[in-house]
Design a protein around this ligand. Structure first.
Ligand code: HEC
Ligand code: HEC
Length: 343
């Protein structure tokens, strides 16, 4: 375990952090009010790292270099950040991703925010860990298009990498496993911003508007959103058909015998959502208004659609309240410095 603020200190706007500490969240102090529903949404104060791949600052810095490293793509034209861009909530503006050979992928790039608390990975959950996940895009011909053994050979040929890998992974050096261990460690340090909603959870009544508070009531009440978008990260990490997909079976391809897995996708976090348009596994909605309209309509009605999808009826002012609440889950953009890559 690693102190949360310590691990992200280098990448977070000072104001965001001082806000956090000033409000007592870093020490876990409860708000002045009696325990309430909103306490179930309090941010954790530490990033969990797995014992099999513990945190060190050097490993995270190496992983960051690799995340921005074009030499991990066949034609040296693509990086992880091409599709997971920090300016757009670590996603891409395109509806579905565009890969190394200019081919369009079937799905929209999800965020890498809060990787430490997410899993399994991909919209259909086919990768159990962030380490396993990272092997996918490097090798996939439509993504970065570089076989892992060639990635290893390329990095070994760079003295600046060889010495860093040898120091951080004694006895192993540059291997496919150490490459993805470093990348996953970096990803776990990428944490969503402390948002106005968090200040409210921490007891600052003025941090969000009365409209947003009513929206939170709808979200956790009549609109039934928290049935799937649960906890501080607003995801149950499970798969549901919410009536979006027409041909992509999502989780159904992995669980052909499970009727509720057909057209089901992993519930995405709603953290920093305002920066992450377009939305859904296929980028079909450009705005949060359009997403809420989807829930009012209910999406495609079919046997696989989740029983947790309630009929949502909202009058115009409730509709605005819900959208306003969603807006309070987005904090200030965090400054991210580009790593200088070794030769
Ligand atoms: C060509 C665009 C592209 C590139 C390059 C790319 N990704 Fe992705 N990434 C995607 C798409 C699209 C998905 C979703 C695919 C799916 O679910 O089937 C994804 C999924 C992910 C996820 C899963 C997130 C979650 O919540 O399930 C992580 C983590 C991730 N990528 C990290 C990386 C890393 C690390 C790299 C570099 C080694 C990388 N990506 C390179 C487009 C890209
Ligand atoms: C049955 C579970 C479930 C319920 C209930 C639910 N969601 Fe979702 N939500 C999902 C899933 C799954 C997705 C992704 C679906 C896809 O990609 O096709 C999603 C996507 C979203 C997105 C897009 C996020 C992104 O990063 O693309 C937003 C915003 C959202 N939901 C808000 C809401 C709101 C507001 C409500 C209540 C009106 C709600 N959800 C109710 C499961 C649910």
């Amino acid at each position: 375990m690693r102190n949360w603020s310590g691990a992200i200190l280098g990448m977070t706007a000072a104001g965001v952090l001082s806000g956090l500490i000033g409000l007592g969240a870093a020490s876990g102090t409860a708000s002045a009010q009696a325990p309430s529903l909103r306490d179930a949404y309090r941010r954790p104060t530490e990033i969990p790292f797995p014992a099999s791949n513990p945190y060190t600052p050097e490993k995270a810095a190496l992983g960051k270099a690799l995340f921005f490293e074009p030499r991990l793509s066949g034609a040296e034209n693509m990086t992880c950040s091409s599709c997971h861009n920090p300016s757009f909530g670590w996603e891409a503006r395109t509806e579905t991703s565009v890969g190394a050979q200019n081919t369009r992928l079937a799905r929209h790039a999800p965020t890498i925010l809060d990787t430490a608390w997410v899993g399994p990975f991909f919209w259909d959950g086919r990768a159990p860990t962030a380490e396993e996940q990272a092997k996918g895009p490097i090798q996939a011909p439509v993504e970065m298009n570089l076989p892992l053994d060639q990635a290893v050979a390329r990095l070994r040929a760079v003295p600046g990498y060889r010495t860093r890998f040898d120091r951080i992974f004694p006895g192993q050096g540059v291997t496919a496993d150490t490459i993805v261990a470093a990348i996953a460690t970096f990803e776990r340090t990428v944490v969503s911003s402390y948002a106005p909603f968090d200040a409210w959870v921490d007891g600052d009544e003025a941090a969000i508007s009365p409209e947003a508070k009513r929206g939170f009531g709808l979200f956790t009440g009549a609109a039934g959103c928290s049935g799937c978008h649960s906890g501080w990260n607003f995801t149950d990490n499970r798969f549901h058909d919410i009536g979006t997909a027409r041909s992509d079976l999502g989780r159904g391809a992995l669980e052909p015998g499970n009727p509720l897995a057909q057209y089901a996708f992993k519930t995405p976090s709603l953290r920093d959502a305002a920066q992450r348009s377009p939305y859904m596994h296929n980028g079909m909605y450009a705005s949060l208004d359009a997403v809420v309209a989807h829930y009012v309509g209910g999406g495609i009605d079919r046997p696989s659609r989740s029983p947790l999808m309630r009929p949502v009826s909202l009058n115009p002012s409730e509709f605005r309240d819900l959208v306003t609440f969603l807006g309070t889950l987005t904090g200030a953009k965090q400054a991210v410095t580009l790593p200088v890559l070794p030769n």
